[in-house]
Design a protein around this ligand. Structure first.
Ligand code: AMP
Length: 116
């Protein structure tokens, strides 16, 4: 059975798609954690960063270029933004189709919640 994000690629479930090319798709996160929260995914179904193959390098490089392009079109490139890839349980990964979170539009504060 294909993942949630594979279903979005196949247009089997709706999403607010903001960009598509031969290797990647980008759509707005359904539960945004910042004014701009876009997920950028490779079209090939790669479960986690641990599953990346040499042949995926072009698609994964493309994710960063698409992130920069979308940051510019969303008007957050100059102020800045954060890119996140979660992996497995300790990384907080919930959807097992590798994705890059593009977050911005406000000051995002420190990278991790501080342990006190
Ligand atoms: P992660 O925890 O890194 O696996 O992130 C998964 C992200 O997918 C979360 O930020 C969710 O809000 C988002 N998400 C889950 N379902 C959908 C959906 N149908 N459309 C858009 N984003 C989704």
């Amino acid at each position: 059975m294909s993942s949630l994000f594979a279903k979005i690629i196949a247009r089997e479930i709706p999403a607010d798609i903001v960009y598509e090319d031969d290797l990647t798709l980008a759509f707005r996160d359904i539960a945004p954690q910042a004014p701009v929260h876009i997920l950028i995914i490779p079209k090939r179904e790669i479960a986690t960063v641990n599953d990346v193959m040499p042949a995926d390098e072009a698609a994964l490089g493309r994710l960063l270029r698409v992130a920069a392009k979308l940051a510019a079109s969303e008007g957050i490139a100059q102020d800045g933004y954060r890119l996140i890839v979660n992996c497995n349980e300790h990384g907080g990964q919930e959807v097992f189709h590798l994705h890059l979170h593009l977050l911005g539009g406000r000051n995002l504060g420190p990278m991790l919640a501080r342990q006190t």
